[in-house]
Design a protein around this ligand. Structure first.
Ligand SMILES: Nc1nc2c(c(=O)[nH]1)N[C@H]1C(S)=C(S)[C@@H](COP(=O)(O)O)O[C@H]1N2
Ligand SMILES: [Mo]
Length: 365
C-alpha cells in the first residue's frame, strides 16, 4: 500500500519525544498492561499479571470457526482447525517473554511509542505442539527462504496497513524450540494473549511470538512485512545499517523491597537484615551465570538459582543489612556468554533492547 493511500497521513508525524510523556503514550500504556514488579516473586507469572503488548485491536476469534492456513512454498498446503492442531503431540515449556521496547521510557530522546519502564516481561508455562509438527506436515520446498507468520489483527503503522506479521528463517523454525501454543499456565489462551493459538519463539524478544496466528506463508524470498523489514531494528540514525532485533539481552529485575509510597513508588524498609530477591534471564537459551546487587554503588554477588528451563528466568537472592538513611539499590546479571548489563541505557532510534541496570530508591528507618 502506498503512502498516498494512507488515511492517517495528516497525523503521521512521530518526532522523538523528550521530557514529559505524551497523551498518546498514556493511552498506549492503558492498553498494554505491565507486570507489577512485586509479581517478580512468582516463578510462573499468573496470567492476569503477565505483561501484554498488542499493536492494533485484540481480535475476537472463536475456537469453532478458527483455521490455520499454511501456504506458499510447501509441498502440501494445509488448512487446520483447532482440533486437528490439538491432536498433534503436545508439550509444555516455561518461557520468559520480554518486549523489545521494555525500558524505552528511560531513553532521552525517546521514540514515540509504548513508554515501558521496567515491567514488560513475564514467564508462562506454554502448552502446544512444536511448530515443526505443522511445517513437516506441509513440507517446505527446497527453495523455502523465509517463513512468515500472520495474526488476525490488522491496522496501520507508519502509513502502511497490514496484518501483524513476523518471519523466521527455516533454520530458526526447524528445531523443536518454537511452539504453536493453545494454553498458558494450563488454561486456554486469554484473548489478549492470542486466543485460540499463538506462536511462541523462546529466547527471542516478544515481537516474534505472533498472537492470534491464522496464516503461515512460506516464502522463496525474505519477508518484507512492516513489522519485519521496517520495525524492530537497532540503529542510531536513519542512515545506519539496520541490525534486526532478535534474541533477548541479559537482564535482571528485583522485587521492590519493603512498602511503597503510592505516587513516587519510593520504598520504605525497616532497618536490619533482609533478603533482596529477583529474577534474571537472557536470550537464545543462555543461562544467567552471575547475579549482583549494588547498595549505593557497591556491588556484591547474589545467589542465582540454577536454570530449570532453557528459556525461563532464574531466581536470585542477596542478603542485606539495611542501615537507616537514603539508599539506591541496583541489580545486574551476566549470562553464560559473558554478556553483562550496562549501567547507562544503550540508545537507539526506536528504543529497543534497553537492558540497563534497574535502580530502586529506598528509605530505611
Ligand atoms: N498478532 C500479534 N502478535 C503479537 C503482537 C501483536 O501486536 N499482534 N505483539 C507482539 C509483541 S511486540 C510482543 S512483546 C508480544 C507480547 O505478548 P503478550 O501480549 O502475550 O505478552 O506479542 C507479540 N505478538
Ligand atoms: Mo513487544
Amino acid at each position: 500500500m502506498s503512502v498516498v493511500s494512507n488515511p492517517f497521513l495528516p497525523f503521521q508525524s512521530r518526532p522523538p519525544l523528550d521530557g514529559d510523556y505524551a497523551r498518546e503514550e498514556l493511552s498506549l500504556a492503558y492498553r498494554n498492561s505491565a507486570l507489577p514488579l512485586e509479581a517478580l516473586s512468582y516463578d510462573i507469572t499468573p496470567v492476569g499479571l503477565h505483561y501484554t503488548l498488542t499493536h492494533f485491536d485484540i481480535p475476537r476469534l472463536d475456537a469453532a470457526g478458527y483455521r490455520l492456513a499454511v501456504s506458499g512454498r510447501v509441498a502440501r498446503p494445509l488448512t487446520l482447525d483447532l482440533e486437528e492442531i490439538r491432536a498433534l503431540p503436545a508439550r509444555s515449556e516455561r518461557v520468559t517473554l520480554e518486549c523489545a521496547g521494555n525500558g524505552r521510557g528511560f531513553l532521552t530522546p525517546r521514540s514515540a511509542s509504548m513508554p515501558w519502564l521496567y515491567e514488560a516481561v513475564g514467564t508462562a508455562e506454554w502448552t502446544g505442539t512444536s511448530l515443526r509438527n505443522v511445517l513437516d506436515r506441509a513440507g517446505l520446498l527446497p527453495d523455502a527462504a523465509d517463513i512468515a507468520f500472520f495474526g488476525a489483527d490488522r491496522g496501520f503503522d507508519r502509513g502502511v496497513a497490514h496484518d501483524y506479521g513476523r518471519s523466521l528463517k527455516p533454520d530458526a523454525a526447524a528445531g523443536d524450540e518454537c511452539l504453536l501454543a493453545w494454553a498458558m499456565n494450563g488454561a486456554p489462551l486469554a484473548p489478549q494473549h492470542g486466543y485460540p493459538l499463538r506462536l511462541v519463539v523462546p529466547g527471542w524478544y516478544g515481537m516474534a511470538s505472533v498472537k492470534w496466528l491464522t496464516r503461515i506463508e512460506v516464502l522463496a524470498q525474505s519477508f518484507d512485512g512492516q513489522q519485519q523489514a521496517v520495525g524492530y531494528h537497532y540503529r542510531k540514525d536513519p542512515d545506519d545499517p539496520r541490525v534486526p532485533v532478535t534474541f533477548q539481552k541479559v537482564k535482571s529485575l528485583m522485587v521492590p523491597p519493603g512498602i511503597p509510597d503510592w505516587y513516587t513508588r519510593r520504598r520504605l524498609v525497616e532497618r536490619g537484615p533482609m533478603g533482596i530477591t529477583g529474577r534474571a534471564w537472557s536470550g537464545a537459551g543462555l543461562a544467567v551465570s552471575r547475579g549482583e546487587v549494588a547498595v549505593d554503588g557497591v556491588w556484591r554477588d547474589a545467589h542465582v538459582e540454577p536454570q530449570r528451563s532453557r528459556n525461563a528466568w532464574q531466581g536470585w537472592r542477596c542478603e542485606w543489612r539495611a542501615e537507616p538513611g537514603e539508599h539506591e539499590l541496583a541489580c545486574r546479571a551476566t549470562d553464560a556468554a559473558g554478556a553483562t548489563q550496562p549501567v547507562e541505557p544503550p540508545w537507539n532510534l526506536s528504543g529497543m533492547g534497553n537492558n540497563a541496570i534497574q535502580r530502586v530508591a529506598v528509605t530505611v528507618r
